[in-house]
Design a protein around this ligand. Structure first.
Ligand code: PEP
Length: 263
């Protein structure tokens, strides 16, 4: 179903007004977690001002330990909707539980499946069934083949609005949070017709590496990027270490524009 040889041209995925896979690099940006109204709205306005085509933000946060901030949950989703209202940008947010899918579908423009749920097959079938766009993140211990077959659970529901996202895998290398596997991006572009997104923020965990790896992701064939931005990264309740300040995000957007113009 997802194999490029069966569908030779690339599939375009529409998330509200944003299109992924049309040749332009679609950038979704925002905080790792929705924390409060002021943080969400100011970050949303900042990324919109710098040319992001969509907003990211976790309302439900699947954290490694149950004692970490778990997200504002449904209240966070309402804040994302308010940010969409204010900026006009569509929203992408993570769904962690099949029982949440229908209620979330009433608000979000697209579902994100996180790395820890890549092989939660009942969740994949449930989001697939909605027909809504889905960004499926690669499990950090999963192969490219396993990502492709997990994606089939969404395609098999008759939903081709699927984006596969490389977000780093676990290796022996400890200098970055995970190892961003850009060979997977080039490989996926040859193996499947669905668009490919790259999340440099969650893979690297080091803000100063985000610009070079973003450019490298585009060179490898990425159709879209997912970037953490926070107005006060030091105060972030979740993964603040990796979030970019709006001005640094703006500089990366400028580099992407120059690339698109061939400068
Ligand atoms: C996220 O993008 O908010 C996230 C938690 O990412 P991942 O599932 O890749 O860790």
């Amino acid at each position: 179903l997802g194999r490029r040889e069966l569908v030779p041209s690339g599939t375009r995925v529409s998330i509200g007004s944003a299109v992924i896979g049309d040749g332009d690099i679609a950038v979704f940006a925002g905080p790792c977690a929705v924390e409060n109204r002021e943080q969400m709205l100011s970050t949303a306005n900042a990324v919109a001002g710098h040319g992001a085509v969509g907003l990211r933000g976790g309302a439900f946060k699947p954290r490694t330990t149950p004692y970490s901030f778990q997200g504002l949950k449904w209240a966070g989703l309402e804040l994302l909707a308010e940010a969409r209202e204010e900026t006009g940008l569509p929203i992408l947010t993570e769904v962690v539980d099949p029982r949440h899918v229908d209620r979330m579908a009433e608000v979000t423009d697209a579902f994100q499946i996180g790395t820890r749920n890549m092989q939660n097959f009942s969740l994949l079938s449930e989001v697939g069934r909605t027909g809504m766009p889905v960004v499926l993140k690669r499990g950090f211990g999963c192969s490219v083949e396993e990502l492709l077959t997990a994606g089939e659970y969404i395609l098999a529901e008759g939903n081709d609005q699927l984006v596969l996202c490389e977000r780093g895998i676990r290796t022996f290398e400890g200098s970055t949070r995970f190892t961003l596997d850009l060979s997977a991006v080039a490989l996926l572009k040859r193996r499947t017709h669905v668009p490919v997104m790259v999340d440099p923020s969650h893979s690297l965990g080091v803000p100063e590496l985000i610009e070079p790896l973003t450019l490298a992701a585009v060179a490898a064939g990425a159709d879209a990027l997912l970037i953490d931005v926070h107005v006060q990264p030091q105060q972030a309740l979740c993964d603040g270490k990796q979030a970019l300040l709006p001005a640094d995000f703006g500089r990366i957007m400028g580099r992407l524009d120059s690339l698109a113009l061939g400068l």
